[in-house]
Design a protein around this ligand. Structure first.
Ligand SMILES: [Cu+2]
Length: 341
Protein backbone atom coordinates (compact mmCIF):
# COMPACT_ATOMS: atom_id res chain seq x y z
CA UNK A 1 0.00 0.00 0.00
CA UNK A 2 2.75 2.46 1.00
CA UNK A 3 4.58 1.57 -2.24
CA UNK A 4 1.47 2.47 -4.14
CA UNK A 5 1.22 5.85 -2.38
CA UNK A 6 4.95 6.53 -2.93
CA UNK A 7 4.63 5.71 -6.62
CA UNK A 8 1.77 8.17 -6.93
CA UNK A 9 3.63 10.93 -5.09
CA UNK A 10 6.63 10.34 -7.37
CA UNK A 11 4.46 10.38 -10.48
CA UNK A 12 2.72 13.62 -9.47
CA UNK A 13 6.10 15.13 -8.62
CA UNK A 14 7.44 14.24 -12.07
CA UNK A 15 4.38 15.64 -13.78
CA UNK A 16 4.69 18.93 -11.88
CA UNK A 17 8.47 19.34 -12.25
CA UNK A 18 8.39 21.11 -15.64
CA UNK A 19 5.71 23.52 -14.34
CA UNK A 20 7.79 24.34 -11.28
CA UNK A 21 10.87 24.84 -13.43
CA UNK A 22 9.16 27.13 -15.90
CA UNK A 23 7.57 29.04 -13.03
CA UNK A 24 11.04 29.59 -11.61
CA UNK A 25 12.29 30.69 -14.99
CA UNK A 26 9.40 33.12 -15.31
CA UNK A 27 9.86 34.61 -11.83
CA UNK A 28 13.30 36.17 -12.27
CA UNK A 29 11.94 37.64 -15.48
CA UNK A 30 9.50 39.78 -13.48
CA UNK A 31 11.90 42.54 -12.39
CA UNK A 32 13.13 42.63 -15.98
CA UNK A 33 10.33 45.12 -16.76
CA UNK A 34 13.00 47.76 -16.65
CA UNK A 35 15.05 46.71 -19.71
CA UNK A 36 11.99 47.14 -21.91
CA UNK A 37 10.73 50.15 -19.99
CA UNK A 38 14.07 51.91 -19.74
CA UNK A 39 14.96 51.32 -23.38
CA UNK A 40 11.62 52.82 -24.37
CA UNK A 41 12.12 55.64 -21.90
CA UNK A 42 15.58 56.32 -23.29
CA UNK A 43 14.08 56.45 -26.72
CA UNK A 44 11.66 59.08 -25.43
CA UNK A 45 14.54 60.84 -23.65
CA UNK A 46 12.80 60.76 -20.29
CA UNK A 47 15.01 60.64 -17.21
CA UNK A 48 14.19 57.63 -15.04
CA UNK A 49 13.64 59.73 -11.88
CA UNK A 50 11.17 62.00 -13.62
CA UNK A 51 9.21 58.99 -14.82
CA UNK A 52 8.62 57.90 -11.23
CA UNK A 53 6.68 61.04 -10.34
CA UNK A 54 5.50 62.59 -13.58
CA UNK A 55 4.81 61.63 -17.16
CA UNK A 56 7.91 63.24 -18.60
CA UNK A 57 5.64 65.57 -20.56
CA UNK A 58 5.48 69.35 -20.11
CA UNK A 59 3.68 69.75 -16.75
CA UNK A 60 2.16 73.04 -17.94
CA UNK A 61 0.23 71.08 -20.56
CA UNK A 62 -0.39 67.75 -18.88
CA UNK A 63 -0.07 66.07 -15.49
CA UNK A 64 -1.35 62.50 -15.10
CA UNK A 65 -4.72 62.40 -13.35
CA UNK A 66 -5.05 60.44 -10.10
CA UNK A 67 -7.41 57.45 -10.34
CA UNK A 68 -10.56 57.32 -8.19
CA UNK A 69 -10.48 54.41 -5.74
CA UNK A 70 -12.89 51.65 -6.85
CA UNK A 71 -13.63 53.20 -10.25
CA UNK A 72 -12.15 51.77 -13.43
CA UNK A 73 -10.33 49.13 -11.42
CA UNK A 74 -11.14 45.86 -9.65
CA UNK A 75 -12.19 46.04 -5.99
CA UNK A 76 -11.34 43.60 -3.20
CA UNK A 77 -14.00 40.90 -2.84
CA UNK A 78 -15.96 42.24 -5.81
CA UNK A 79 -18.39 39.74 -7.37
CA UNK A 80 -20.23 42.06 -9.76
CA UNK A 81 -18.96 43.70 -12.95
CA UNK A 82 -17.08 46.97 -12.54
CA UNK A 83 -19.24 50.09 -12.58
CA UNK A 84 -19.88 50.93 -16.23
CA UNK A 85 -19.09 54.24 -17.93
CA UNK A 86 -20.22 53.59 -21.50
CA UNK A 87 -23.71 53.33 -22.98
CA UNK A 88 -23.26 49.70 -24.07
CA UNK A 89 -21.68 48.86 -20.72
CA UNK A 90 -24.69 50.20 -18.83
CA UNK A 91 -27.08 48.22 -21.05
CA UNK A 92 -25.01 45.06 -20.67
CA UNK A 93 -24.79 45.47 -16.91
CA UNK A 94 -28.56 45.92 -16.78
CA UNK A 95 -29.17 42.81 -18.93
CA UNK A 96 -26.97 40.80 -16.59
CA UNK A 97 -28.47 42.02 -13.34
CA UNK A 98 -32.12 42.40 -14.38
CA UNK A 99 -32.56 39.48 -16.81
CA UNK A 100 -29.80 36.88 -16.72
CA UNK A 101 -29.09 36.54 -12.99
CA UNK A 102 -32.80 36.37 -11.94
CA UNK A 103 -33.43 33.76 -14.66
CA UNK A 104 -30.45 31.66 -13.62
CA UNK A 105 -31.52 31.83 -9.99
CA UNK A 106 -35.15 30.98 -10.90
CA UNK A 107 -34.26 28.01 -13.11
CA UNK A 108 -31.74 26.67 -10.59
CA UNK A 109 -34.22 26.90 -7.71
CA UNK A 110 -36.98 25.26 -9.78
CA UNK A 111 -34.74 22.34 -10.75
CA UNK A 112 -33.50 22.01 -7.17
CA UNK A 113 -37.09 21.97 -5.88
CA UNK A 114 -38.14 19.35 -8.46
CA UNK A 115 -35.18 17.12 -7.57
CA UNK A 116 -35.82 17.31 -3.83
CA UNK A 117 -39.55 16.73 -4.36
CA UNK A 118 -38.93 13.66 -6.54
CA UNK A 119 -36.37 12.24 -4.11
CA UNK A 120 -38.78 12.44 -1.15
CA UNK A 121 -42.23 12.03 -2.68
CA UNK A 122 -41.35 9.15 -5.04
CA UNK A 123 -38.86 7.27 -2.92
CA UNK A 124 -39.55 3.49 -2.60
CA UNK A 125 -40.97 3.85 0.93
CA UNK A 126 -43.59 6.43 -0.05
CA UNK A 127 -44.34 5.15 -3.55
CA UNK A 128 -43.97 1.36 -3.64
CA UNK A 129 -45.69 0.87 -7.03
CA UNK A 130 -44.36 3.42 -9.56
CA UNK A 131 -46.63 4.75 -12.29
CA UNK A 132 -45.96 3.47 -15.85
CA UNK A 133 -47.24 6.67 -17.52
CA UNK A 134 -44.94 7.68 -20.40
CA UNK A 135 -46.60 10.59 -22.24
CA UNK A 136 -48.52 13.70 -21.29
CA UNK A 137 -49.12 16.07 -24.19
CA UNK A 138 -49.98 19.05 -21.98
CA UNK A 139 -46.77 18.82 -19.90
CA UNK A 140 -44.67 18.25 -23.03
CA UNK A 141 -46.06 21.41 -24.64
CA UNK A 142 -45.44 23.38 -21.44
CA UNK A 143 -41.81 22.25 -21.06
CA UNK A 144 -41.13 23.10 -24.69
CA UNK A 145 -42.89 26.46 -24.84
CA UNK A 146 -41.53 27.91 -21.58
CA UNK A 147 -37.83 27.38 -22.46
CA UNK A 148 -38.50 28.85 -25.94
CA UNK A 149 -40.01 31.94 -24.32
CA UNK A 150 -37.08 32.21 -21.92
CA UNK A 151 -34.63 32.08 -24.84
CA UNK A 152 -36.60 34.75 -26.74
CA UNK A 153 -36.57 37.03 -23.66
CA UNK A 154 -32.76 36.63 -23.50
CA UNK A 155 -32.16 36.83 -27.27
CA UNK A 156 -33.93 40.12 -28.02
CA UNK A 157 -31.90 42.42 -25.73
CA UNK A 158 -28.63 40.51 -26.12
CA UNK A 159 -28.67 40.49 -29.94
CA UNK A 160 -29.52 44.22 -29.96
CA UNK A 161 -26.61 44.82 -27.57
CA UNK A 162 -24.27 42.83 -29.81
CA UNK A 163 -25.27 44.94 -32.81
CA UNK A 164 -24.90 48.15 -30.78
CA UNK A 165 -21.39 47.20 -29.67
CA UNK A 166 -20.18 46.85 -33.24
CA UNK A 167 -21.88 49.95 -34.63
CA UNK A 168 -19.24 51.69 -36.80
CA UNK A 169 -17.76 54.99 -35.61
CA UNK A 170 -19.04 58.26 -37.11
CA UNK A 171 -16.98 59.80 -39.93
CA UNK A 172 -15.46 62.52 -37.75
CA UNK A 173 -14.50 60.21 -34.87
CA UNK A 174 -10.99 60.42 -33.45
CA UNK A 175 -8.91 57.39 -34.48
CA UNK A 176 -6.46 55.71 -32.14
CA UNK A 177 -4.33 52.80 -33.32
CA UNK A 178 -3.66 50.28 -30.59
CA UNK A 179 -0.77 47.86 -31.12
CA UNK A 180 -0.02 44.94 -28.82
CA UNK A 181 3.66 44.10 -28.43
CA UNK A 182 5.41 41.44 -26.33
CA UNK A 183 4.86 42.82 -23.68
CA UNK A 184 3.62 46.37 -23.76
CA UNK A 185 1.13 48.52 -25.66
CA UNK A 186 1.57 51.22 -28.29
CA UNK A 187 -1.06 53.91 -28.90
CA UNK A 188 -0.84 55.74 -32.22
CA UNK A 189 -2.69 58.99 -32.98
CA UNK A 190 -2.88 59.24 -36.80
CA UNK A 191 -5.34 62.19 -36.63
CA UNK A 192 -2.97 64.19 -34.45
CA UNK A 193 0.33 64.09 -36.29
CA UNK A 194 0.75 60.33 -36.03
CA UNK A 195 2.80 60.16 -32.82
CA UNK A 196 2.92 56.89 -30.90
CA UNK A 197 2.85 56.52 -27.13
CA UNK A 198 4.65 53.47 -25.74
CA UNK A 199 3.05 52.17 -22.57
CA UNK A 200 4.93 49.96 -20.11
CA UNK A 201 3.88 48.69 -16.71
CA UNK A 202 5.11 50.71 -13.73
CA UNK A 203 7.23 48.97 -11.11
CA UNK A 204 5.68 48.58 -7.67
CA UNK A 205 7.64 51.56 -6.28
CA UNK A 206 6.70 53.79 -9.20
CA UNK A 207 3.02 52.80 -8.93
CA UNK A 208 3.03 53.50 -5.17
CA UNK A 209 4.74 56.84 -5.74
CA UNK A 210 1.99 57.84 -8.16
CA UNK A 211 -0.82 56.46 -6.00
CA UNK A 212 -1.87 53.95 -8.63
CA UNK A 213 -2.63 50.22 -8.45
CA UNK A 214 0.45 48.09 -9.15
CA UNK A 215 0.21 45.81 -12.21
CA UNK A 216 -2.55 48.01 -13.65
CA UNK A 217 -0.68 51.30 -13.87
CA UNK A 218 1.41 52.18 -16.93
CA UNK A 219 4.08 54.85 -17.41
CA UNK A 220 2.43 56.43 -20.46
CA UNK A 221 -1.34 56.27 -20.77
CA UNK A 222 -3.71 56.08 -23.67
CA UNK A 223 -5.57 59.41 -23.51
CA UNK A 224 -8.96 60.01 -25.14
CA UNK A 225 -11.58 62.78 -24.99
CA UNK A 226 -14.64 62.28 -22.78
CA UNK A 227 -18.13 61.38 -24.07
CA UNK A 228 -17.11 60.98 -27.71
CA UNK A 229 -16.92 57.84 -29.80
CA UNK A 230 -13.27 57.01 -30.45
CA UNK A 231 -12.47 54.64 -33.29
CA UNK A 232 -9.94 52.10 -32.07
CA UNK A 233 -7.96 50.22 -34.71
CA UNK A 234 -6.48 47.27 -32.89
CA UNK A 235 -3.62 45.13 -34.11
CA UNK A 236 -0.51 43.33 -32.83
CA UNK A 237 3.12 43.24 -33.86
CA UNK A 238 4.07 39.73 -32.79
CA UNK A 239 1.46 37.38 -31.27
CA UNK A 240 -2.25 37.70 -30.45
CA UNK A 241 -3.01 40.05 -27.55
CA UNK A 242 -6.38 41.38 -26.45
CA UNK A 243 -7.23 44.95 -25.54
CA UNK A 244 -9.72 45.14 -22.68
CA UNK A 245 -11.14 47.83 -20.40
CA UNK A 246 -13.77 46.27 -18.12
CA UNK A 247 -15.33 49.58 -16.97
CA UNK A 248 -16.03 50.52 -20.61
CA UNK A 249 -17.37 47.08 -21.57
CA UNK A 250 -14.58 46.85 -24.11
CA UNK A 251 -12.58 43.84 -25.24
CA UNK A 252 -11.21 43.08 -28.68
CA UNK A 253 -8.42 40.81 -29.90
CA UNK A 254 -5.22 42.32 -31.25
CA UNK A 255 -4.20 40.02 -34.10
CA UNK A 256 -0.94 40.36 -36.10
CA UNK A 257 -1.62 41.22 -39.74
CA UNK A 258 -5.21 42.26 -39.09
CA UNK A 259 -6.89 45.45 -37.97
CA UNK A 260 -9.92 44.99 -35.72
CA UNK A 261 -12.13 48.01 -35.27
CA UNK A 262 -14.43 48.94 -32.41
CA UNK A 263 -15.77 52.13 -30.90
CA UNK A 264 -14.65 53.10 -27.41
CA UNK A 265 -16.67 55.74 -25.63
CA UNK A 266 -16.31 56.64 -21.96
CA UNK A 267 -18.74 59.18 -20.53
CA UNK A 268 -16.84 60.28 -17.42
CA UNK A 269 -13.44 61.89 -17.02
CA UNK A 270 -11.08 59.65 -15.11
CA UNK A 271 -8.55 56.84 -15.21
CA UNK A 272 -9.62 53.33 -16.24
CA UNK A 273 -7.52 50.21 -16.08
CA UNK A 274 -7.47 47.01 -18.08
CA UNK A 275 -5.17 44.13 -18.89
CA UNK A 276 -4.07 42.14 -21.91
CA UNK A 277 -6.72 39.43 -22.11
CA UNK A 278 -5.17 36.90 -24.47
CA UNK A 279 -2.36 34.65 -23.23
CA UNK A 280 0.59 36.11 -25.14
CA UNK A 281 3.72 34.75 -23.49
CA UNK A 282 5.80 34.91 -20.32
CA UNK A 283 4.95 38.51 -19.42
CA UNK A 284 1.29 38.42 -20.49
CA UNK A 285 0.25 39.41 -16.97
CA UNK A 286 2.52 42.46 -17.01
CA UNK A 287 1.20 44.54 -19.90
CA UNK A 288 -1.61 46.54 -18.30
CA UNK A 289 -3.77 49.09 -20.07
CA UNK A 290 -4.28 52.54 -18.56
CA UNK A 291 -6.79 54.83 -20.24
CA UNK A 292 -7.16 58.45 -19.16
CA UNK A 293 -10.34 60.20 -20.23
CA UNK A 294 -10.10 64.00 -20.39
CA UNK A 295 -12.15 66.98 -21.53
CA UNK A 296 -11.58 68.01 -25.15
CA UNK A 297 -9.41 70.95 -24.03
CA UNK A 298 -7.19 68.87 -21.73
CA UNK A 299 -6.96 66.17 -24.38
CA UNK A 300 -5.73 68.76 -26.91
CA UNK A 301 -3.10 69.93 -24.42
CA UNK A 302 -1.96 66.35 -23.94
CA UNK A 303 -1.63 66.04 -27.74
CA UNK A 304 0.46 69.25 -27.80
CA UNK A 305 2.62 67.94 -24.93
CA UNK A 306 3.37 64.89 -27.10
CA UNK A 307 4.36 67.10 -30.02
CA UNK A 308 1.21 66.22 -31.94
CA UNK A 309 -1.14 68.46 -33.89
CA UNK A 310 -4.64 69.32 -32.78
CA UNK A 311 -7.31 68.49 -35.36
CA UNK A 312 -9.18 71.83 -35.36
CA UNK A 313 -5.98 73.87 -35.51
CA UNK A 314 -4.76 72.08 -38.61
CA UNK A 315 -8.11 72.93 -40.20
CA UNK A 316 -7.78 76.58 -39.07
CA UNK A 317 -4.37 76.83 -40.67
CA UNK A 318 -5.74 75.60 -43.97
CA UNK A 319 -7.99 78.64 -44.76
CA UNK A 320 -4.93 80.92 -44.62
CA UNK A 321 -3.47 78.91 -47.50
CA UNK A 322 -6.81 79.01 -49.28
CA UNK A 323 -6.95 82.83 -48.82
CA UNK A 324 -3.47 83.13 -50.25
CA UNK A 325 -4.30 81.01 -53.28
CA UNK A 326 -7.56 82.97 -53.76
CA UNK A 327 -5.52 86.19 -53.71
CA UNK A 328 -3.14 84.71 -56.28
CA UNK A 329 -6.08 83.76 -58.48
CA UNK A 330 -7.44 87.30 -58.24
CA UNK A 331 -4.08 88.74 -59.23
CA UNK A 332 -3.87 86.26 -62.08
CA UNK A 333 -7.33 87.15 -63.35
CA UNK A 334 -6.56 90.88 -62.99
CA UNK A 335 -3.42 90.30 -65.05
CA UNK A 336 -5.46 88.36 -67.60
CA UNK A 337 -7.98 91.23 -67.75
CA UNK A 338 -5.15 93.72 -68.20
CA UNK A 339 -3.69 91.59 -70.96
CA UNK A 340 -7.03 91.49 -72.82
CA UNK A 341 -7.33 95.27 -72.55
CU1 LIG B 1 -0.53 40.46 -24.50
Amino acid sequence: MTHFVKAWILAIGLILTPTALSAQEALPAAPVVDPVASSELEAAEVPAEAAATASGLDPALYTPMKPTEGIGMPVDGGIDFQEQFSETGKTAHWINNAILVPMMVGVSLLVLFLLIWVVFRFRRGANAVPSKTTHNTFIEIIWTVIPVLILVVIAVPSISLLAEQFEPAPEDALTVKVTGYQWYWGYGYPDNGDFEVISNMLTEEEADARGEPYQLAADNRMVIPVGKPVKLLITAADVIHSFAIPAAWFKLDAVPGRINEKVLQIDREGVYYGQCSELCGARHGFMPITVEVLSEEKFNNWVRANGGTVKGEAAEAAPTDADASEATTEIASADAAAATN
